[in-house]
Design a protein around this ligand. Structure first.
Ligand SMILES: Cc1cc2nc3c(=O)[nH]c(=O)nc-3n(C[C@H](O)[C@H](O)[C@H](O)COP(=O)(O)O)c2cc1C
Length: 382
C-alpha cells in the first residue's frame, strides 16, 4: 500500500531525519552544515523562534490568503526557494524537481550559477519564471555572456551575492574532501555504497556537473583542475565597480542577497537595485556574525519603502515564515528546508515541502486572524 507522505513527514525536521538516512554522509553534511563551529547556523533558527505573535480571536475574519505581490508578480505564497550550489550531489535532478514544484505552486525558484541544471532548462521547466543567482565572474566577457543567457531565458529577477568575499571555512567539507579542490576518498566511496538508492539514482542520471558552466569549461578536467578552474573563473567580492555594469545591462529586477548591515542596504538603494535579501547564507560564511532575524526589523523599518526587503536563513516551518514576515520581511526564502524534502522524498519532495509549509502558514494566519500577508507586522509582540 502506498504510504501517505503527508502523515509520515509532517515537519521539516522529519524530512531532515529521513534525508540523513537516505543520502551519503558527505552529501548530507555539505547540505546540513554551517561553518566553523556552526554557532550562527543554530542561532539563525533559535533567535528567529524568539519572535512571538499576537492573536486577535474575537475580530471578524473574512478568510486568510497567502497570495503576495512582489515586483509586480502575484505569487501564491510569501516564500520561495533559495539558490543552492551542487544540488545534484544531494539528489539527482534536484534543481529540476524544485523548479517544477515551484512552478506548480506559483512561488519563485532561484537557480544558482554553480548548481547542476542550466539556466535554459530551469526556464523551460518554469515557463521563464525562475530567478537566477549570479556568482560574480572574474572576466567581463563571461559575466556578459551569462547575463545574456539569463535575459534570453526571460528570467525576471537577477540575484547578485555579496556575502561570499571568501570561501566559508567548513570543517566537515574539508574532512569529506568537498572543499576546493575537491577530492574523492575511500571513505566517500564507502558512504555512497551504504546508500544504494542514492547510488543507483546517481548512476542512472550521471555524475552531476556544473551545467551552467559547461560551455566555458575545458573538457575532462580532473577534480584538482576543476578546483583551479572555479577559483580562476569567479571572484567572490562584490563592490560598486562590479555592480554598476550589471545594473546598466540588466533591464529586469536586481536583488542583492547576503545583506546583513544598514551600510550594504544603503549601497543597494544608491546603486539602483530593486530588492535585498537579508541573509547570512544560512550561517555558512561568518560564524561570528548575527543571526539573520536580528538586523531584519531595523533594515525593513528604515529602507522598506525604498527597496523590497526579503529574508532567508534559519526558516524551517510555516510559523517561522510568519515570524519573519511579522518582523518586517516582505517575502522569505528557504534553502535547506526544500533540499531536505528532495533528499528525503526524491521527485515528490518539492511538492510535499511546499504543501507542508503552505498548510502550516495558512493555519497560523487563521489562528491569529491575519487576512493578508502584509498584515503580519500588526501581530508582532514588541
Ligand atoms: C548546501 C548549500 C549550498 C548553497 N549554495 C548557494 C549558492 O550557490 N548561491 C547562493 O546564493 N547561496 C547559496 N546557499 C545559501 C542559500 O541560498 C540560502 O541563503 C541559505 O540556504 C538560507 O538558509 P537556510 O538553509 O537556513 O534556509 C547555499 C546554502 C546551502 C545550505
Amino acid at each position: 500500500m502506498a504510504l501517505n507522505i503527508n502523515t509520515k513527514y509532517p515537519s521539516i525536521d522529519d524530512l531532515r531525519n529521513k534525508a540523513k538516512k537516505k543520502i551519503p554522509k558527505f552529501a548530507f553534511e555539505y547540505l546540513d552544515g554551517g561553518c566553523n563551529e556552526d554557532v550562527n547556523l543554530h542561532r539563525n533558527t533559535s533567535e528567529l523562534r524568539e519572535v512571538q505573535l499576537k492573536p486577535n480571536y474575537l475580530r471578524n475574519h473574512g478568510g486568510s490568503s497567502l497570495k503576495t505581490k512582489l515586483f509586480g508578480i502575484e505569487y501564491d505564497a510569501p516564500f520561495g526557494i533559495s539558490p543552492i550550489g551542487l544540488q545534484g550531489l544531494m539528489w539527482p535532478n534536484s534543481p529540476e524537481i524544485l523548479a517544477k514544484a515551484a512552478f506548480k505552486h506559483n512561488i519563485p525558484f532561484i537557480l544558482s550559477t554553480v548548481t547542476t541544471t542550466s539556466i535554459e532548462r530551469a526556464a523551460e521547466l518554469t515557463e521563464g519564471k525562475a530567478w537566477f543567482q549570479l556568482y560574480h565572474p572574474t572576466e567581463d566577457r563571461l559575466r556578459d555572456d551569462i547575463i545574456k543567457r539569463a535575459e534570453a531565458a526571460e528570467c525576471p529577477v537577477l540575484v547578485i551575492l555579496c556575502d561570499v568575499p571568501s570561501f566559508g571555512f567548513r570543517p566537515r567539507d574539508i574532512r569529506n574532501g568537498l572543499a576546493m579542490p575537491p577530492k574523492m576518498n575511500l571513505s566517500n566511496v564507502l558512504q555512497a555504497l551504504g546508500r544504494p538508492h542514492w547510488s543507483i539514482e546517481t548512476l542512472k542520471h550521471g555524475i552531476p556537473s556544473f551545467a551552467n558552466l559547461l560551455p566555458y569549461m575545458p573538457k575532462n578536467l580532473d577534480l584538482k583542475q576543476l578546483g583551479k578552474f572555479m577559483d580562476q573563473t569567479f571572484s567572490g567580492r562584490l563592490n560598486e565597480e562590479k555592480i554598476k555594469p550589471i545594473r546598466d545591462m540588466w533591464k529586469g529586477k536586481i536583488v542583492l542577497k547576503g545583506v546583513a548591515s544598514h551600510y550594504d542596504a544603503e549601497q543597494a538603494i544608491r546603486l539602483g537595485l530593486d530588492g535585498i535579501i537579508v541573509s547570512n547564507h544560512g550561517g555558512r560564511q561568518l560564524d561570528a556574525g548575527e543571526s539573520s532575524i536580528k538586523p531584519l526589523t531595523s533594515i525593513a523599518e528604515k529602507y522598506g519603502d525604498q527597496i523590497e526587503v526579503m529574508m532567508d536563513s534559519g526558516i524551517r516551518s510555516g510559523p517561522d515564515v510568519a515570524r519573519a514576515l511579522a518582523s518586517g520581511a516582505k517575502f522569505t526564502f528557504m534553502g535547506r528546508s526544500f533540499m531536505y524534502g528532495v533528499a528525503a522524498l526524491g521527485n515528490k519532495g518539492g511538492d510535499h515541502t511546499i504543501s507542508l509549509l503552505k498548510t502550516e502558514l495558512q493555519q497560523v494566519m487563521e489562528q491569529i486572524c491575519c487576512e493578508r500577508v502584509e498584515d503580519f507586522p500588526n501581530h508582532l509582540i514588541k
